[in-house]
Write a protein that binds this ligand. Structure first.
Ligand SMILES: [Zn+2]
Length: 235
């Protein structure tokens, strides 16, 4: 049920483009185009695709397959598409989704781990590490793009003002049954990308989530800190 989703379509607009000749029946004056956008519905709309058009001719009654599109049709599509924005509501599911993922991952972790008295102390420590990251700190994180989630690591490259720069790890755990492997913190330089990604510390302060400046928005949620050879788990 959790992975169930539907593909839905958002209709932007339909217009007559009578100045474009139908490539099937070679008649002017009857071509129409609709601009559409697909998106995934999973607990709400997420992951909108690029905008695309379908075209049909009222004279011969044909839908014009993309392979038959003429340059004039491509031009008409580009013109129609100008200024069309992806409606914000197509991202609405992203607000709900990370919370659901956090809950599910949290439950999965609790099943595997026995709570101990250090937990509260670790939570404060991890919180403080997010606010004041040390170079070389490694965060255990769950990464989600709103559709897929995997378990990985961010290593602190540097900080500057409100920005923290991470080397994302190439090591990714995708199987929840394999959570033990996630605790084998990779420390070799070759386990990490060489190009750092920057995040806002103040934005991560409340949620413990590092938010990517991408569309659709992606998140890295912090679960633990590996510092000076010790793993401090929040849960
Ligand atoms: Zn036609």
């Amino acid at each position: 049920m959790f992975y169930y989703y539907q593909i839905r379509r958002h209709h932007h607009k339909t217009e007559a483009v009578p100045y474009v000749t139908c490539p099937v029946c070679h008649t002017d004056g009857y071509l129409h185009m609709s601009i559409l956008q697909k998106y995934r519905w999973q607990l709400g709309p997420i992951a909108p695709s690029g905008k695309y058009a379908i075209a049909w001719c009222e004279h011969c009654g044909n839908y014009i397959p993309k392979v038959k599109w003429t340059d004039a049709m491509d031009q008409a599509f580009r013109k129609m598409k100008q200024g069309l924005k992806t409606p914000l509501r197509l991202y609405r599911g992203l607000v709900v989704y990370p919370l659901v993922i956090a809950a599910v991952v949290g439950i999965a972790l609790l099943v595997f781990k026995v709570k101990d008295h250090k937990q509260q102390g670790n939570q404060a420590l991890v919180k403080d590490a997010i606010l004041h990251p040390h170079q070389g700190d490694i965060f255990q994180i769950t990464h989600t793009d709103g559709t897929n989630t995997y378990y990985t690591y961010f290593k602190v490259a540097s900080t500057r003002g409100d920005s923290v720069y991470f080397y994302p790890s190439k090591v990714r755990v995708t199987d929840v049954k394999n959570m033990k492997a996630w605790d084998n913190i990779p420390t070799a330089g070759s386990d990490y990308e060489t190009r750092p990604i920057g995040f806002s510390i103040s934005a991560a302060k409340e949620s413990d989530m590092f938010t990517y400046a991408t569309q659709p928005v992606q998140y890295g949620m912090v679960w633990s800190l590996y510092r000076d050879g010790t793993l401090y788990k929040k849960y």
